[in-house]
Write a protein that binds this ligand. Structure first.
Ligand code: C5P
Ligand code: C5P
Ligand code: ZN
Length: 456
């Protein structure tokens, strides 16, 4: 992989102009930002675009724009062997079709490494960046944020594989510190009751979804929940208060029959960005990733890009505003999907949000639902959203357990979409597709039969 990264670095050095195309999620924004900074530091002026997926319209546009070099980050693996008229390099981590092993394509799958959790799009982009300039080691935090944005730390409660190598760069250069702590979202910015209320994976029986119950739970432990008018956050607690809460949550889970393996998931590695201000969204990798997800998914990619490039004041404020909207959309989206109802078939379950959930966040909602109390996680969950242009966005999510039984959502979604003139792909645990409107029922038929054969 390092050799391939060097070869790609050489192509960049030799090119007089570079246009970057990246994906709209946190991993895509961090990947694009690393590429952008890398090209800039070579003394060239890059241009950059963020897209939902590489479809025909975008390919056509790129052909017409006639760039000296197009750098695809966090996407592109599915077209690596196509469109020779586009002079390209690709740093991606999505599953790739036969014939993708090209000298200009860096992808863990080409080297028998699992792109689902060992390295992200930002990570592969960082590998290239590092071969060009040792100083680019200061971009390692962005690669950690990208990996966390893609939930690559979820399986083991910490980053592994190449991600761990990147983490070492972040630590040795004083940019990142990993520590063992509670893994629930919002250590830096949420009040402690809210952190517990929104806890998932594992959910906290009796507490998840119930704010007052969370406040009482903390008060019974003798934890002060407020300092004057201010709610205390996880980072405001002292060590013994944190340990008291963790041990009581563990006990709660164990008495409710969750077992040790699941209970242990409450603790794991969290990644602190040491150069950032404590108590802000940019001080911890998962919160940073969520902040980024609030930008490009709503068309505001410049905000995400600028925050990643270190331009803070105005852009951080804008990102925070977008975050408020994003949170409200997720809450509403979850509610909406629950009201529509999850329909169960034998090997898959699904909901159709129509135009009730944006196509760019239906994947996040699907993921959250599969991890909620109300939805069983013994079969994959599929979410449909109407894009409003005659096309339907499909998102599918599975679990590690299903993957170990043979589930490969990337393969299944790609197959079902292709049969209906759509496109699809992704990872074994999480995949997406776009299909023509009206084909949902047929799509489910094909998808279910493929998943059935994977699982039996
Ligand atoms: O496009 P990209 O590869 O960046 O996105 C990865 C997707 O896979 C994310 O939506 C992430 O939430 C999902 N994922 C997941 N569970 C995992 C790993 C990734 O749902 N264990
Ligand atoms: O959009 P969603 O979050 O559901 O995507 C899940 C995963 O599938 C992501 O890694 C995404 O990049 C990938 N995907 C893809 N091709 C599509 C749609 C999604 O590779 N057409
Ligand atoms: Zn990614």
């Amino acid at each position: 992989m390092i050799n391939r990264a060097k070869e790609i670095g050489d192509i960049i050095k030799k090119s007089k102009e570079v246009h970057i195309v990246s994906h709209i999620d946190a991993d895509g924004i961090t990947a694009g930002s690393i590429a952008y900074q890398t090209v800039k530091r070579l003394g060239k002026e890059p241009s950059i675009d963020f897209v939902k997926q590489l479809d025909e319209a975008i390919i056509e546009r790129l052909k017409n724009e006639n760039h000296a070099l197009v750098w695809f980050t966090d996407l592109g693996s599915n077209i690596s062997a196509q469109y020779p008229e586009i002079n390209k390099i690709i740093t991606d981590h999505h599953s790739c079709p036969e014939g993708s092993n090209k000298s200009y394509h860096l992808n863990p799958h080409l080297f028998n490494i699992d792109g689902g959790f060992e390295i992200s799009g930002a990570g592969t982009t960082y590998l290239v960046s590092k071969t060009l300039n040792k100083e680019n080691i200061d971009l390692s935090p962005l690669a950690i944020i990208g990996a966390c944005g893609d939930l690559q730390d979820r399986r083991l409660g910490k980053l592994t594989g190449y991600n761990q190598e990147i983490l070492k760069d972040g630590e040795s250069s004083g940019h990142v510190k990993s520590k063992i702590d509670i893994r629930y979202f919002g250590r830096e910015t949420r009040s402690i009751p809210k952190l517990l209320q929104y806890a998932n994976n594992p959910i906290l029986p009796g507490l998840s979804g119930r704010e007052q119950a969370c406040i009482s739970f903390l008060q019974e432990l003798g934890i002060r929940v407020q300092d004057g008018d201010n709610w205390r956050r996880w980072i405001d607690l002292n060590k013994s208060e944190r340990m008291l809460i963790v041990s009581n949550i563990a006990q709660l889970l164990l008495t409710k029959g969750f077992g040790h393996t699941i209970t242990k998931r409450i603790l794991g590695e969290v990644y602190i960005l040491e150069k950032e201000e404590e108590g802000t969204e940019v001080h911890e990798a998962k919160e940073f990733a969520t902040l980024l997800n609030s930008t490009a998914r709503y068309g505001q990619f410049d905000v995400g890009l600028q925050v990643c490039l270190g331009n803070r004041d105005k852009y951080l404020d804008e990102a925070r505003n977008l975050l408020l909207g994003h949170r409200a959309n997720l809450v509403e989206g979850l509610q909406f999907a629950k009201e529509e109802g999850i329909q169960k078939r034998k090997y898959i379950q699904f909901f159709h949000a129509g135009t009730g959930i944006r196509d760019t966040i239906v994947g996040i909602v699907t993921n959250m639902l599969l991890n909620s109390e109300e939805v069983s996680s013994d079969i994959p969950l599929v979410g449909f959203a109407d894009k409003g242009d005659g096309e339907i966005k499909v998102s599918a999510r599975g679990t590690q357990q299903l993957v170990s039984k043979g589930l490969n959502l990337s393969k299944a979604m790609k197959k079902a979409a292709n049969e209906l003139n759509g496109v699809g792909g992704g990872h074994n645990i999480a995949a997406g597709a776009t299909i023509p409107k009206g084909k949902e029922e047929e799509f489910l038929e094909i998808l279910e039969s493929e998943i059935k054969s994977q699982l039996t």
